[in-house]
Design a protein around this ligand. Structure first.
Ligand SMILES: [Zn+2]
Ligand SMILES: [Zn+2]
Length: 431
């Protein structure tokens, strides 16, 4: 795992980090890992949104920080010989182990490891674990880097919480805790923090998230331009993790070269007590997963990592959205007044109630005037349409993004599920 020497690899199939042996390197699944017997398919970790890493101290499946310490090359512990690890000098720590380490309670970290290994009261084994931990911790350097590839259980973010979520994220970008990859650079982080301060905040409701996710999966190539975006800088949060990438939020920040786009996942789901409190305080709710710099008139392929964000922008731009503002907590408003900031505003994005879909499309064959008592999704598609001065520019417009049926009728869940599947719904299938 010596990051400086060569890049860490993970298996594309099971997303598990791989052990490296020899020169030229051979990559192997960790011995204690239960696989279905597949051969490892090594890819650099930097190419993956999600890596199935575990805490190197206790085996917890949600590691949070990378710590640098003493080089520990290879160790075997346990009566069954079940644990063989190749730690190197970079260890992954879960939020709970990190809290104990910060508080100087290394014995509690050893307790967690002993429990995970089923060692019970075996004091000899405990002693060996402690030696192993200390070999690393005694040479530890004080900095730490956030692990952004951990697949945390989703945390639901409410619209009214967005100012707080945004402010904590901006503070994290300004802070000393490291980020991997392209967001490691201080000036990039400062720029995003400043952009977040002046960002408009958007919260996408669950029906609009369904629509955006579906439309993102069919997105054609898109030419980037300022007028696609609902604001110069922004932070947009979907009501649930969207697309196979499981993105919950995205930010865009104007800079000299265009815009820096960042996708985020929520972190801390399932934690409680002090470890959760610390994580919220030090990081917040969002962790950056991937980033891209885009320019004006840059053509992005439809399967770009920012597809969910771009599809959502386009749907808002073509007025598929109804925009309302969220009630903001009094305490948050007061903090803004006290620090001379304009009152925060969160825009809630819903599907526009008033459909502009032509009647011929709205009534399916065979309906013959039968009143519809439910609204249901129709399978839409993107079409490039001219717009702008002299209608010289082209941008994708989503056709049929609306619900069929009376505006005030409830949305039928069954048909929503069908639309989200890969099968095309039959035009008459609204029962
Ligand atoms: Zn694998
Ligand atoms: Zn741990």
């Amino acid at each position: 795992m010596t990051a400086a020497a060569r890049e860490e690899m993970a298996c594309r199939i099971c997303l598990s980090p791989l052990n490296t042996i020899g020169t030229p390197p051979t990559y192997m699944h960790p011995i204690q890992l239960d696989t279905d017997g597949h051969e490892p398919v090594p890819v650099p970790v930097s190419q993956l949104d999600t890596v199935r890493r575990t805490c190197d101290f206790c085996g917890d499946p949600y590691p949070t920080w990378t710590l640098l310490g003493g080089e520990v090359s290879a160790v075997a512990i346990g009566t069954t010989g079940g644990l063989v690890q190749n730690f190197g000098d970079a260890w992954a720590a879960c939020a709970t182990c990190q809290t104990y380490i910060d508080d100087g309670s290394n014995n509690k970290v050893v307790d967690r490891a002993a429990q995970a290994l089923g060692l019970g009261k075996d004091s000899q084994a405990r002693e060996r674990i402690e030696q192993l931990h200390l070999a690393f911790l005694d040479a530890r350097v004080p900095s730490r880097t956030l692990i952004t590839t951990t697949a945390w259980p989703a945390t639901t973010l409410a619209a009214r919480d967005l100012p707080k979520v945004r402010d904590r994220l901006a503070r994290f970008y300004r802070g000393n805790d490291g980020l991997p990859g392209a967001l490691a650079a201080t000036d990039a982080r400062q720029q995003i923090a400043v952009g977040l301060d002046r960002s408009r905040l958007f919260w996408i409701d669950s029906d609009f998230t369904d629509l955006a996710e579906y439309a993102a999966g069919k997105l054609p190539d898109v030419t980037i331009s300022r007028d696609l975006m609902p604001s110069t800088d922004g932070l947009l949060v979907w009501s649930r993790p969207a697309t196979s990438r499981q993105i919950t939020a995205a930010s865009w920040t104007a800079n000299r070269d265009g815009w820096q786009l960042v996708n985020y996942r929520t972190i801390g789901g399932g934690l409680d007590g002090k470890p959760l409190q610390r994580l919220r305080e030090h990081v917040g709710w969002l962790a950056p997963m991937s980033t891209a710099q885009v320019r004006e008139q840059h053509v992005l392929p439809g399967d770009h990592q920012a597809a969910a964000l771009i599809a959502t922008w386009l749907l808002i731009a073509q007025q598929a959205a109804e925009v309302t503002t969220a009630e903001i907590d009094k305490a948050v408003r007061k903090t803004y007044v006290r620090t001379n900031r304009p009152a925060p505003e969160v825009r809630i994005i819903r599907i526009r109630a008033k459909s502009t879909t032509p009647t011929s499309i709205r009534s399916a064959p065979g309906d013959s005037g039968r009143p519809q008592t439910n609204r249901f999704w129709v399978s839409g598609h993107w079409r490039n349409q001219p717009y702008g001065p002299g209608r010289a520019l082209r941008r994708p417009v989503y056709i049929n993004p609306f619900l069929r049926g009376p505006d005030d009728a409830p949305i039928k869940i069954g048909t929503t599920v069908r639309m989200l599947s890969s099968r095309k719904p039959k035009p008459e299938a609204h029962g």
